[in-house]
Design a protein around this ligand. Structure first.
Ligand code: NAD
Ligand code: MG
Length: 393
């Protein structure tokens, strides 16, 4: 007897608003839109209008929002006659995020700046393809509560969390999860002592072994703060306890993360390191879009290795795991202090070793508030940044 399979309708999104289109995730999202035929109806960036102009001419969105006023005025001039509205500021970003025509919003803005536009997308009930991790670290509980309240789907784009999300498909009961296993490349300074790591330069830190990303996250990968932020991100997205999250060093970045279930089964998602896969999945979910990119060739893969993280050499990961266990505004302090310290390191005003020191001082100085409101989270973030700036010699 011939088995007749039903043909499912592909439920991928047809239109998106892209927040942070000029960055690493933003540009790769546009690749996926070209590949999948997704229409981009709103674009946003902070200030890089040359690229934004090029993107607007190609994708012909209805709206472009530029955070800074001057470049917004210049872009409006350049796009005259194209029937594209150009807006600026936080209100502009919010409008892009809640634009009625877009079915999904990709949050590819770096840092806490993504908070308000992300909340606008959630309140408009959009699917949110969540690349930005800082907002989940600081205000993840409030963000996830709001998503539930407004019926907004949250689909992770961060590769580890996308891997976990993919492994969880078909699992109907969260009680089945025993443990989430986040894989970590170890970054460019794997195997070095704390002293050796502390002396590394900006150029050293910007050399990631497996991924090509924006500068802030590349530096976070070198301190392993990125894995610390992802530890908290995993707790918020999947509503698990810190005891249910573990980190394993996997230098090859082929296994993107794993889930261990209560019956002992461990599911993993594998693939060549390419952010377009998790971006594509977030836009095509619950289906899988077709990709012409070369797949994983297991026979030419290096041996897959695993090791525990060195929390002594990489104190940022240790601090983040402690903050995850403590909960409250410490997570916002951790993130705010880290954003400010990384910015100083990028400008070569502090050494690499000072990043964890400044974060530790902010955590020591700022009192924690359990179960904080949004105002308390924003105040903790402000105090942490201020604390890092004050400590400058
Ligand atoms: P990036 O620095 O390359 O790009 C950042 C984008 O945000 C740019 O378009 C910039 O214009 C915009 N932006 C910055 N500040 C802004 C502001 N104040 N207002 C409006 N727009 C602003 O960063 P990225 O590497 O693409 O990372 C983006 C987010 O995705 C981060 O939260 C990062 O942790 C996360 N992420 C990135 C990767 C990756 O491979 N790059 C992987 C996983 C997660
Ligand atoms: Mg990641």
């Amino acid at each position: 007897m011939q088995l007749i399979l039903p043909v499912w309708e592909v439920r991928m999104v047809n239109t998106i608003s892209l927040l942070g289109s000029t960055g690493s995730i933003g540009r790769q999202t546009l690749d996926v839109c070209r590949e999948q035929g997704v229409r981009v109806v709103a674009l946003t960036a902070r200030s890089s209008i040359d690229l934004l102009e090029q993107q607007a001419r190609e994708f012909r969105p209805r709206l472009v929002a530029v955070y800074d006023l001057e470049p917004a005025l210049e872009l409006a001039k350049r796009l005259t006659g194209l029937d594209i509205e150009v807006v600026y500021g936080l209100d502009g970003l919010r409008r892009a995020a809640s634009w009625p025509e877009s079915e999904a919003v990709v949050t590819a803005v770096v840092g806490m700046a993504a908070l308000w536009p992300t909340m606008a997308a959630i309140e408009a009930g959009k699917r949110v393809a969540f690349a930005n991790k800082e907002t989940l670290v600081c205000a993840g509980e409030l963000v996830m509560d709001a998503a539930r309240q407004f019926g907004a789907e949250i689909i992770p784009v961060d590769s580890e969390h996308s891997a976990i999300f993919q492994c969880l498909q078909g699992s109907r009961d969260r009680e089945e999860i025993k443990r989430l296993i986040l894989t970590c490349s170890g970054g460019p300074f794997f195997g070095l002592s704390r002293e050796e790591v502390g002396k590394k330069t900006r150029a050293d830190a910007l050399r990631h072994p497996n991924w090509s990303m924006g500068e802030k996250i590349t530096i976070d990968c070198a301190t392993l703060m990125n894995k610390g932020l992802e530890f908290i991100e995993a707790m918020r997205l999947f509503r698990v306890t810190p005891e249910q999250v573990s980190v394993v060093i996997h230098r090859q970045s082929i296994i993107h993360s794993m889930v261990e279930f209560r019956d002992g089964a461990v599911l993993a998602q594998l693939g060549t390191p390419d952010m377009r896969l998790p971006i594509r999945y977030a836009l095509t979910y619950p289906d899988r879009g077709k990709s012409e990119l070369p797949g994983l060739d297991l026979l030419s893969c290096p041996p897959l290795t695993f090791a525990p993280p060195d929390l002594e050499a990489f104190p940022c990961l240790k601090m983040a795991m402690e903050c995850a266990r403590t909960g409250g505004t410490v997570c916002a302090v951790l993130n705010g202090a880290n954003e400010a310290a990384v910015e100083l390191f990028r400008r070569e005003e502090i050494s690499f070793g000072q990043i964890p020191q400044l974060v530790a001082r902010a955590l020591d100085d700022i009192p924690n508030i359990a179960h904080p409101s949004m105002e308390e989270i924003l105040e903790a973030d402000r105090q942490a940044r201020e604390c890092v700036r004050r400590r400058l010699p």
